[in-house]
Ligand binder design. Structure first.
Ligand code: F3S
Length: 428
């Protein structure tokens, strides 16, 4: 049985209203199923509310609105309860559409209206509309040791490993309940001893581009699945985009939520600290052969070199990555048979507008979008059969979700393909 504080018990007894009572009840069932002994306070929740998919929109219209959607899909309650404002700092993750590019994404006007209503609903609850899978790039940067309740695997692995914050990969329900109560079960990566390494990866080659970092993550995730790899041998400290691509790939091919890079990430000043009292269950090398293997896996669906669609921005691009694309794209034109869509958080899009990057992109015939992405929002140009991406995560999910081929390569390979209409990327 989980031990509750007086405040938690009061919420469970309904003293703070019905919605919080239901939220505590769900969290209690969840925590007990996980074997947690208690809750931990959180003041940083990233989750999803509202109705961003056709199914949820339909549910909302049939059952009386967005409180009904929150009740059923965040609180697991068939009874519709009035949802109060969130009690802790909460941010919204990526959404199903980009309302500013709805027409290009094939989204009907009616859906955009419902979407805007959903956004107003979330904002009315006090949830920050960051609308991105990379909240840590636009101001939600948890501190080391901070207990969080975040959804989105690529964000979870980033804040656990790079920032030293503490979260498990939450679901829509637990994150919604945490928004209302400020509580989350104390288990998994909230607990110090679960954060130490299990597998030792000896990196034997230089890892340079974001694509290279994606390949490294893709390979490691497949080997370690949901355990905690510890990497040694990194010769050059990776920047934010590289770590973002590494983590997203490791969380896609496996279920990695935490890793260490010795001398780089905060909980691994030494190999000994990274493993604590654990002995590695496995040690393996990542060299040229393993990199080639990961590249082949990431390109497993790709056959046709005539590319219809290039997707950049998985996880959502940083301003640095947009700048990099602009350097590759400026003065060129996207091929008439090809579309280039770049995804970024909405705030970063504003910065790109201000910096003149959006103009460079649109002058080239490409599009800078926000809030959603192709795999998650299922938004690709009509008739797409062959896509390309510089993200191992996107090239993993696009074929599975959209039934299309997808090439994987460097950002430069992708921009070249957008301009020529043909994939010529190769592993160097
Ligand atoms: Fe983000 Fe979509 Fe990739 S939500 S991590 S861009 S699959």
């Amino acid at each position: 049985m989980m031990k509750l504080t007086a405040g938690e018990q009061a919420m469970l007894d309904g003293k703070d209203g019905k919605a919080k009572q239901k939220a505590m009840d769900l969290l209690l069932r969840y925590g007990e199923a996980l074997g947690a002994e208690r809750f931990v306070d959180t003041n940083n929740v990233c989750g999803t509310v509202g109705a961003s998919t056709p199914f949820l929109r339909d549910y909302g219209s049939r059952h009386g609105g967005l409180d009904a959607v929150f009740s059923e899909f965040n609180l697991d309650s068939a009874e519709v309860v009035e949802i109060p404002k969130v009690s802790v700092y909460s941010s919204h993750l990526q959404q199903g559409i980009d309302p500013e590019h709805a027409e290009r994404q094939g989204i009907p006007v009616e859906v955009v209206k419902l979407h805007r209503r959903g956004e107003a609903y979330a904002a009315g609850l006090g949830i920050n509309l960051l609308n991105t899978c990379a909240p840590y790039t636009v101001g939600n940067v948890p501190t080391r040791g901070e207990h969080c309740a975040w959804m989105e695997s690529s964000a979870v692995i980033y804040i656990n490993s790079v920032l030293g914050a503490r979260t498990n990969a939450e679901g829509r329900e637990s994150a919604g309940c945490a928004m209302l109560t400020g509580k989350i079960p104390y288990w998994g990566y909230h607990i110090e001893e679960n954060r130490i390494g299990t597998h030792h990866v000896e990196v034997d080659i230089d890892v340079e581009s974001t694509a290279d970092w994606g390949l490294l993550g893709y390979y490691i995730g497949e080997v370690v699945q949901d355990r905690v790899p510890v990497l040694t041998g990194i010769t050059r400290v990776p920047n934010l985009p590289r770590l973002k691509h590494f983590g997203a790939a490791a969380a896609s091919s496996g279920g990695v939520e935490m890793y260490h890079m010795v001398g780089i990430t905060p909980e691994a000043p030494t190999l000994e600290t990274a493993f604590g009292r654990n002995k590695p269950v496995m040690t393996f090398k990542y060299g040229r052969a393993e990199r080639k293997q990961a590249y082949e896996r990431a390109n497993i669906t790709a056959k046709n070199p005539n590319v219809d669609f290039i997707m950049l921005g998985c996880p959502h691009y940083t301003i640095e990555q947009i700048w990099e694309v602009c350097r590759l794209l400026e003065g060129k034109r996207v091929h008439p048979n090809t579309e280039l869509w770049i995804f970024t958080p909405r705030q970063t899009k504003h910065l790109a507008d201000q910096n003149g990057y959006t103009k460079i992109i649109t002058d080239a015939g490409a599009h800078l979008m926000s809030d959603t992405c192709s795999a998650l929002g299922r938004v690709i140009p009509k008739g797409t059969k062959v896509a390309a991406a510089d993200s191992a995560k996107q090239s993993h999910y696009l074929p599975a979700i959209m039934g299309i081929e997808c090439w994987f390569g460097t950002t430069e390979d992708c921009v070249n393909a957008a301009v020529s209409g043909r994939w010529t990327g190769e592993l160097e």
